[in-house]
Design a protein around this ligand. Structure first.
Ligand code: WQD
Length: 340
């Protein structure tokens, strides 16, 4: 069995990736320092898959620990999700974002060189594209025109991994540029449980529906879009997770580095997401139009054809499923994983 080290394995994206890995015949080892997650998710992953996996409380910046885990579990590939991801926080604390988001990647690369691990899947983001010069974004769209340190840390990590792959000929690296993952495992047992104040639209909608927030601020309704609100390419978290397994299968025979969009190719506006969630929850959602967020982009939409041609991967789940699954998670777990 091929064992995959998943950094940030207790997080929203990492935990759904572990489910896909176990369901598709891989072994998984989670390395997480629980700075924005909890190990309470792990028993639920074993419940959902009927499989066990290993987990280590570890700081990914600790190269020695990463090398030890790679040796101890005969790691075949790394999927690197651990990192800070709050755009507004990155503007307030740029040094913490660069220190953490870059040193985790450098640490893993050094541990891989030490132990002979040669496959790396990186959790990148469409935010690397910045303001669109054309839409939909293809992987050839220029990157680096970001509006915040979080986005720049993704661009810098892509550079680090591109140069590391060039200097280590046996390496195979996939830079997966996520568009907007939302939703939850259809069981309602795992989902997005952001620590602290959420800034993404879906957790804000869910916290409004569960009474934690008074309304959803619609940050701008005068964008040059059909209904004036921002458009994004939302994809189901389970599709995103499956995209990582598809990337691993590709890396079994590929060496070099490839950037690949993970998205649906469809744009959805804030008002459309709100309508989808009102249908899922069966009630109206209070909203208030507020000023645009600095740096927000009017429309982001993926050209998802490269993932289909290269990995044989495309999204399967609909917006209605994303909304229904997100609501099932939040309504069954209003306090995230706190209720055991
Ligand atoms: C989506 C839409 C907002 C909040 C960021 C990162 C990306 C990824 C996801 C990190 C936009 C609107 C939002 C609110 C709103 N990674 N909105 N009211 O900004 O596309 O992407 O998060 O998690 O790398 O860049 O996602 O969910 O913040 O915003 O109207 O209270 O919702 O204007 O159009 P974004 P988002």
């Amino acid at each position: 069995m091929k064992n995959v080290l998943v950094t940030g394995g207790a997080g929203y994206i990492g935990s759904h990736i572990i489910v896909s890995l176990l369901e598709q015949g891989y072994g998984a080892v989670s390395a997480d320092n629980y700075s924005n997650s909890t190990p309470d998710v792990y028993p639920r992953l074993e419940e959902l898959t009927g499989k066990t996996f290993a987990a280590a409380e570890a700081d990914v910046r600790d190269t020695g620990t990463m090398a030890r885990l790679m040796r101890e579990y005969a790691i075949w590939a790394v999927i690197h999700c651990a990192g800070y991801k709050a755009v507004p926080e990155s503007i307030e604390q740029p040094l913490a974002y660069y220190e953490n988001n870059l040193n985790t990647t450098l640490s893993l690369c050094n541990a891989m060189r030490e132990t002979g691990v040669t496959r790396f899947v990186f959790s990148s983001s469409a935010t690397v594209y910045g303001e669109p010069e054309f839409l939909p974004y293809t992987e050839e769209h220029p990157t680096g025109n970001c509006s915040n340190p979080y986005g720049f840390s993704k661009v810098m990590n892509e550079r680090i991994l591109t140069d590391a792959a060039a200097a280590n000929p046996g390496w195979g690296v996939a830079l997966l540029r996520y568009f907007n993952p939302i939703g939850a495992h259809p069981s309602g047992r795992i989902g997005d449980a952001p620590g602290g104040k959420p800034f993404n639209i879906m957790p804000i909608i869910l916290q409004t529906l569960t009474g934690k927030l008074p309304y959803v601020p619609v940050t701008g309704d005068t964008y040059p879009t059909p209904d004036g609100t921002g458009i994004r390419d939302y994809l189901h978290i389970a599709d995103l997770a499956d995209g990582h397994v598809a990337a691993l299968r590709y890396l079994e025979t590929f060496t070099g580095v490839e950037a690949v969009n993970l998205g649906t190719g469809q744009g959805v506006s804030v008002l459309e997401i709100l309508r989808g969630m009102e249908t899922a929850a069966g009630r109206a959602i209070p909203t208030k139009v507020t000023p645009r967020r600095p740096g927000d982009i009017a429309e982001m939409r993926a050209d998802a054809s490269k993932a289909k041609h290269m990995f044989g991967w495309e999204t399967k789940r609909t917006l209605a499923e994303m909304c229904a699954d997100a609501w099932r998670w939040a309504s069954n777990n209003p306090r995230g994983y706190e209720n055991g």
